[in-house]
Design a protein around this ligand. Structure first.
Ligand code: GLC
Length: 747
């Protein structure tokens, strides 16, 4: 192939005179330190015309998966032949990507391979729980594993790059994309970001079963006013640094290869044109050496935001901000050459963007073998592989959170009859959620099927009862009859897949349609009953908590959601999930999160002039970190190694947890701190560590944590990130509300 020869010649030539450059940039990320790759990048860059360089910054969309001849518009094929395309998204399948790649590699002048990107958010063909559910497991190994399997399947289907993990902190449950991240906490969100980047990227991007990850959406997209997607973001610099930036920095430190800029403006400047965020923080301060792609059309949208009057200005803003690739905007390809000629941008800027993109392509091995991800036999063997489905079932089980259980669960496997009711009971399409890539409902196993497989001899009375969203109650009678005529009752309700995700924010968080009425009618029968929730948003279900004896949060649990629900309901798995996001009692309380300030007038029940509502409690329905088990855990011997530590000291924290129930189970032991007197006000609690521990019934486990001054650091009044001397509290417990506390002083 011609490119290989050219690169080899240049590499050999340059190698003889290489002056053993020091590592490109000592960076906190792992990219850009491989001298051989850097020499290869330089050798290719030297061959490129300005048009070919600009072509690398241009990403176009395909049209999904086709098995026939390349079907997308001929104009794209011609653009690829002219070297005007560096990447395609939404081109799926080993066969289709091979056909498209072949045009680039064998029909363009230099044959630079394309990089194929796709939204592999929670699985490719085998679909895992939505990321918010996956995060509810608090099992970082499990979270990494689901990303790993997603990468194995995606890479077998021709994908090089996933637009994941989405690491946006979300404190507003109305926001549709709350389903796509890891919830409200910056510390936990950072840990999950690391796990997901490691899962997708594996040990080396050179491995053909790894794909390059993409930390998105940089930055503060989840802070959209009113939880309304794409809405304005206006937050303090301190909140930006303390809450929204940390997961992105964690992703850089984990070696993430790419970033994606967000649609939103940040304090008046759209991030896609925000030099202070992209160039100065991400690239210069954090030394990020991968590349950043705009979100879909977000360069063009600066016109709509109103800070550019034409495409020329939009392109200038984005390039000067440091955006390397234009996703489906057709702006860079049309404007950069003019901007260069007018001196508005430099060829050095363009070269830097190209260098970053070529670096990733070399790291992926695409120059060595551009077709290495186009193996149809591997694709056939790996997609929906039985082992992957088994892992998906394990991950799904771990994601579920037991919210209430008045001795109803687990059901006995000897149950004679069970009523299975609700619009999500015999549902395969919604349970895989949105952003489900090439996943298909037909491959999913519903709860009804999962129950039948679990208790094949039980009589199962199924009745849908109602639809997810419409108002008809015509199915109620049959559902009530089914419940009357059964020993135990299972009701599966929640949201349709298309009620959470991008552009799917909700102003109300009730169960949609008449599902609430259905649950209340069935509940009147006073049978042993459990409600299984399937949803992408936290829901306002205080009425359910007050009336129904058992509630299991199953999120949108993926391809194996049905068997996973059955495993829990019949005791083959003891639920261990914990909420990564607060469940409010009502929408009026929002924003409501555990990491809140004390104010000068914290709520006091009897006192009028304190911070409260006259028509609602301040407390959430279920707090951050909450989740029950079939067993119970007792915390004892909570102790710390000192009551005073210096800045260079370590504080040890111990606590014993005893499994005081009759089931073996797992507990997520959480450690929080509070800084009682900072130079700025500090939250009443901050999660700083957690451990998920398995404890056999009747046994006791000692857990140990260590705290250093760095764990106590924050952005001070002068925005320095450091700890300040003073009094602190340390808390341990099984959620952010029920905690034991001790005090210590930092000198
Ligand atoms: C979308 C999303 C982004 C996704 C991209 C490509 O608009 O905001 O998360 O990766 O476009 O599909």
């Amino acid at each position: 192939m011609k490119l290989k020869i050219i690169a080899a010649i240049l590499l050999f030539a340059s190698w003889s005179c290489v002056n053993k450059k020091t590592a490109i940039v000592e960076s906190s990320s792992k990219l850009g330190n491989d001298l051989v790759i850097e020499q290869k990048v330089d050798s290719v860059l030297k061959l490129m015309t300005i048009d070919e360089k600009i072509g690398q910054l241009n990403q176009l969309t395909g049209n999904g998966e086709v098995t026939g001849p390349v079907s997308f518009a001929n104009e794209y094929q011609e653009a690829i032949r002219r070297g005007e395309v560096g990447s395609m998204l939404n081109v799926n399948g080993a066969s289709y990507t091979y056909k498209v790649q072949k045009i680039a590699v064998e029909e363009s002048r230099l044959g630079i391979p394309l990089i194929f990107g796709y939204d592999v958010i929670h699985g490719y063909k085998t679909i895992f729980p939505i990321p918010l559910g996956d995060a509810a497991s608090w099992d970082l190994e499990s979270i990494e594993k689901s990303a790993r399997i997603a990468a194995i399947e995606a890479s077998a289907a021709g994908q090089h790059w996933t637009f994941a993990p989405m690491v946006d902190i979300a404190r507003d449950p109305r926001w549709g994309r709350v389903m796509e991240g890891a919830g409200e906490d910056p510390y936990y969100g950072s840990q999950v970001a690391i796990a997901r980047v490691k899962g997708f990227q594996g040990n080396s991007l050179a491995d053909p079963n790894t794909i390059v990850a993409c930390a998105k959406h940089f930055v503060a997209y989840g802070a959209a006013m009113g939880g309304r997607d794409y809405n304005t973001v206006d937050i303090s610099d301190r909140t930006l640094h303390e809450v929204y930036l940390p997961p992105f920095k964690a992703a850089v430190d984990a070696g993430v290869g790419t970033f994606m800029s967000s649609f939103n403006e940040l304090n008046g400047i759209p991030v896609t044109g925000n030099k202070g965020m992209v160039k100065e923080i991400l690239k210069e301060k954090w030394h990020f050496n991968g590349f950043i792609v705009s979100d879909w059309g977000s360069i063009r949208e600066m016109l709509v935001h109103g800070i550019a009057t034409n495409e020329y200005e939009s392109a200038e803003l984005a390039m000067n901000a440091g955006i390397d690739m234009d996703m489906e905007g057709h702006i860079y390809i049309n404007q950069l050459k003019k901007l260069l000629a007018d001196g508005k941008i430099t060829e050095k800027q363009i070269d830097d963007a190209v260098r970053r993109i070529l670096r990733i392509k070399f790291m992926l091995g695409l120059f060595d073998d551009p077709y290495r991800y186009c193996d149809t036999a591997r694709e056939k063997e790996l997609l929906l592989n039985p082992r992957h489905l088994e892992i998906a079932r394990e991950v799904s089980r771990k994601s579920m959170v037991l919210l209430k259980n008045n001795n109803v669960l687990p059901f006995s496997k000897n149950v004679k009859s069970i009523a299975v009711i609700g619009p999500l009971a015999d549902n395969q399409d919604d349970i895989i959620g949105t952003w489900s890539a090439r996943g298909e409902g037909k491959d999913a196993i519903s709860v009804l099927t999962g129950i039948k497989q679990k208790v094949p001899t039980a009589r199962i009375n199924y009745a849908k009862g109602c639809e997810i969203t419409d108002e008809s109650k015509v199915g109620f009678a049959k559902a009530i009859a089914a419940a009357k005529n059964a020993d135990v009752v299972l009701v599966v309700v929640g949201e349709a897949a298309m009620m959470s995700g991008e552009a799917l924010s909700r102003a109300f968080l009730d169960l949609p349609g008449v599902q609430k009425d259905l649950v209340l009618e069935i509940n009147k029968l006073n049978k042993p009953m459990v409600v299984v929730l399937m949803n992408g948003h936290p829901l306002t279900i205080e009425w359910m908590d007050k009336s129904v004896p058992a509630i299991l949060e199953a999120w949108l649990p993926g391809t194996m959601g049905g068997p996973a629900v059955a495993d829990i309901l019949f005791g083959d798995y003891n639920p261990s999930g914990k909420l990564p996001i607060t469940f409010p009692r009502n929408v009026g309380q929002i924003p409501l999160f555990y990491y809140h300030k004390n104010t000068g007038r914290p709520r006091v029940e009897a006192e009028r002039y304190t911070s409260k509502y006259i028509d609602s409690p301040n407390t959430p329905l279920y707090p951050f970190g909450y989740g029950l088990s079939y067993t119970t855990f007792e915390y004892s011997n909570f102790n710390i190694s000192a009551n005073e530590i210096g800045m260079k000291d370590t504080l040890k924290v111990w606590v014993d947890i005893t499994n005081t129930g009759k089931y073996d189970g797992e507990e997520v032991v959480q450690l929080y701190i509070r800084d009682l007197d900072g130079s700025v006000t500090r939250p009443v609690k901050e999660l700083k560590a957690f451990k998920k521990v398995f404890i056999k019934s009747g046994e006791k486990v000692k857990t140990e944590f260590t705290l250093t001054a760095n764990d106590l650091a924050f952005y001070t009044r002068t925005m320095e990130f450091k700890a300040e001397p003073g009094d602190f509290k340390v808390f341990v417990g099984g959620n952010s509300h029920d905690l034991q506390e001790l005090s210590f002083r930092l000198k």
